[in-house]
Ligand binder design. Structure first.
Ligand SMILES: [Cu+2]
Length: 154
């Protein structure tokens, strides 16, 4: 019974798409959360967005969670000699009157143990937790290519 309730709650949030694809909480604005479509066999994916801070104080993204993945971690890419490797980070600062980008080849929210394939056109809920602004649920759109970004990093 609880399982069914949980499943329909997820389906419901999948079908409620907002038109303006940005979210606000306190002084923060979360612009265009998206994830790349991957083959159904892929057990992991990543979510991206741009965090704007319109306030006078730094805030920090502390973590993320989503019902479609077993685990979500904040990651960044670091240069290890010639190669780029992913590394888990504890938090990401968003400077006052500045922004922090989560983009392919840089910071991202890593999604492990996906419970459903990510298909272009779908969306899924992702809860972001900020040090000052608190928790906020956003809808992540699944897309085939980064929006407006031709440069895909490495
Ligand atoms: Cu990663």
């Amino acid at each position: 019974m609880l399982r069914n309730l949980f499943a329909s709650a997820v389906l419901l949030s999948l079908s409620t798409l907002s038109l303006a694809h940005e979210y606000k909480t306190g002084d923060l604005m979360i612009d265009h959360p998206w994830a790349r479509e991957l083959p159904p066999t892929s057990p992991t994916s990543a979510a991206f967005f741009i965090l704007h801070n319109h306030g006078d104080q730094e805030d920090r993204l502390l973590g993320a969670s989503t019902p479609i993945a077993g685990k979500a971690e904040l990651h960044t890419h670091v240069h290890m000699g010639e190669v780029m490797r992913m590394q888990k980070i504890d938090s990401a600062a968003i400077p006052p009157h500045g922004m922090t980008e989560f983009v392919p080849g840089g910071n991202h929210v890593m999604l492990f143990d996906l419970k459903q394939p990510l298909k272009a056109g779908d969306s899924f809920p992702l809860t972001l937790e900020f040090e000052k602004a608190g928790k906020l649920e956003v809808q992540v759109k699944v897309e085939t290519a980064p929006p407006g970004h031709e440069h895909q990093g490495h």
